[in-house]
Design a protein around this ligand. Structure first.
Ligand SMILES: *[C@@H]1O[C@H](CO)[C@@H](O)[C@H](O)[C@H]1NC(C)=O
Ligand SMILES: *[C@@H]1O[C@H](CO)[C@@H](O)[C@H](O)[C@H]1NC(C)=O
Ligand SMILES: *[C@@H]1O[C@H](CO)[C@@H](O)[C@H](O)[C@H]1NC(C)=O
Ligand SMILES: *[C@@H]1O[C@H](CO)[C@@H](O)[C@H](O)[C@H]1NC(C)=O
Ligand SMILES: *[C@@H]1O[C@H](CO)[C@@H](O)[C@H](O)[C@H]1NC(C)=O
Ligand SMILES: *[C@@H]1O[C@H](CO)[C@@H](O)[C@H](O)[C@H]1NC(C)=O
Ligand SMILES: *[C@@H]1O[C@H](CO)[C@@H](O)[C@H](O)[C@H]1NC(C)=O
Length: 366
């Protein structure tokens, strides 16, 4: 059975330091970003129209592989322009991109985009991603028109990163884009350290949003995906910005926090995810109250996982980001559905809300 526990999320020690960091990030926008468009010919960088991020061709980061263009009938509007080209590795068991200029001991977000786009007429391929000598993720492409993203947040063990595509005799490894974002030594991603990285499972923006939200709304360029809402949910939004407390360890963008879901009927919000076996999960839920409640009104709810009470009496603060952090361990032999239920307490006269959700699996590293 899966077991969950709750961890306190506030760390006031970093209060002053984070205030300073926020200023530094604004001044040095995009500093600490490495954005590589794989398989691109030439040596000229370009600015992505949607994000404003500058992408470089990949030739200076790798010297093996073959450049391809996808079949353009597969390039949909929702797919970033980086997906138009890719680099494939028909030769060698292990082909690696090397990114230098890394600050050893600092936290980084590393993300790959894999968009097959029927470039070679084959429809499925599987290979492994390794970060240096550590296994990171199996990439299993089963749909040529679907963009697969893989993301890890890790502490740099060295002054460079080596991102490797490893052939497992299931087709030719390839990659469309590689992105690295400097997080630094801040309290953000507090659960990432020298021995534990986090691999992204889901990061979703609840409520009606027009687009995925990333940089520049998110200073770290985390991608907050649109979520196809259940018909049991209603979308709500705030016309006012959502603030973060000093020392907030999640730094969820206001644009993400300003939309949320609430039950269409009844006292409960219910959602599920399929957990892999033998994996430790971190689940972060983000809340903010949109209504200026008076003394007799309140919105208080309990959080259950698989019908077990995990956090009681969550009370989102008015126009201020509030977070809970859960740790889940799945020890079953087979994949298990984790059911999350947010239910109003008996004394609450408003239903639960959920503004955003992140789920990561813990990857031990050496
Ligand atoms: C940017 O947008 C313009 C106009 O929509 C388009 O012509 C151009 O190709 C785009 N450039 C890139 C790099 O996406
Ligand atoms: C691109 O894909 C479409 C749809 O699958 C196919 O009809 C077309 O022949 C492909 N083009 C090339 C150049 O492979
Ligand atoms: C990839 O996924 C497909 C479909 O789920 C599965 O049949 C296949 O075994 C997977 N490949 C690997 C290498 O795990
Ligand atoms: C590193 O993080 C993991 C998971 O968050 C935690 O269990 C472990 O105690 C941490 N180790 C150190 C040295 O902080
Ligand atoms: C925000 O909610 C109001 C109703 O409360 C709705 O009319 C409006 O369309 C919503 N705006 C967005 C951007 O979803
Ligand atoms: C709180 O708001 C409700 C609904 O608008 C109202 O009925 C109630 O009288 C208000 N209570 C106080 C103490 O202002
Ligand atoms: C999760 O909910 C589904 C659907 O209600 C149910 O079939 C399943 O047994 C639940 N799983 C757990 C672990 O509670």
């Amino acid at each position: 059975m899966a077991g969950y526990s709750c961890k306190p999320v506030h760390n006031m020690r970093s209060l002053i330091f984070l205030g300073f960091l926020a200023v530094a990030l604004q001044v040095n926008a995009q500093q600490g970003f490495v954005s590589i468009d794989c398989g691109m010919d030439g040596s000229t960088s370009y600015i992505d129209n949607v994000t404003g991020i500058t992408y470089d061709p990949d030739a200076e980061y790798i010297n093996s592989g073959v450049n391809y263009k996808i079949n353009k009938t597969y390039l949909e509007t929702a797919v970033p322009v980086q997906a138009e080209t890719l680099r494939a590795f028909p030769d060698g068991d292990r082909n690696c991109y090397t990114i230098d200029g890394i600050i050893q001991g600092d936290k980084y977000l590393i993300r790959g985009l894999f968009f097959h786009g029927n470039y070679d007429g084959l429809t499925s391929v599987a290979f492994e991603l390794h970060l240096g000598m550590n296994f990171w993720q199996l990439v299993n492409i089963t749909e040529p028109s679907y963009p697969f993203w893989e993301e890890i947040i890790t502490v740099a063990q060295d002054n460079s990163f080596s991102v490797c595509l490893v052939n497992i005799n299931s087709g030719t490894p390839f990659i469309s884009a590689l992105e690295l974002r400097h997080i630094g030594s801040t309290n953000v991603f507090k659960d990432v350290n020298q021995t534990s990285s986090l691999v992204l499972y889901a990061r979703v923006n609840m409520g009606d949003a027009a687009r995925d939200i990333r940089y520049p709304d998110d200073a770290y360029d985390r991608i907050w995906w649109l979520f196809i809402a259940s018909t049991d949910w209603s979308d709500i939004n705030s016309s006012q910005p959502i603030q973060t407390s000093p020392g907030d360890a999640f730094q969820v963008p206001s644009a993400v926090m300003a939309t949320a879901v609430t039950p269409a009927n009844g006292p409960s919000l219910i959602f599920s995810f399929g957990a892999d076996t033998g994996v430790v999960y971190y689940v972060y839920m983000h809340f903010a109250e949109f209504d200026a409640l008076n003394q007799t009104e309140n919105r208080i709810f309990d959080v259950f996982v698989n019908d077990k009470l995990i956090v009681s009496s969550v009370k989102p603060e008015y126009l201020l980001s509030t977070h809970i952090s859960l740790i889940g361990t799945s020890t079953l032999e087979t994949e298990v559905i984790q059911n999350f239920t947010l239910t109003s307490t008996s004394g609450s006269n408003f239903p639960p809300i959920l503004n955003a959700l992140e789920i990561y699996s813990v990857l031990p590293v050496q």
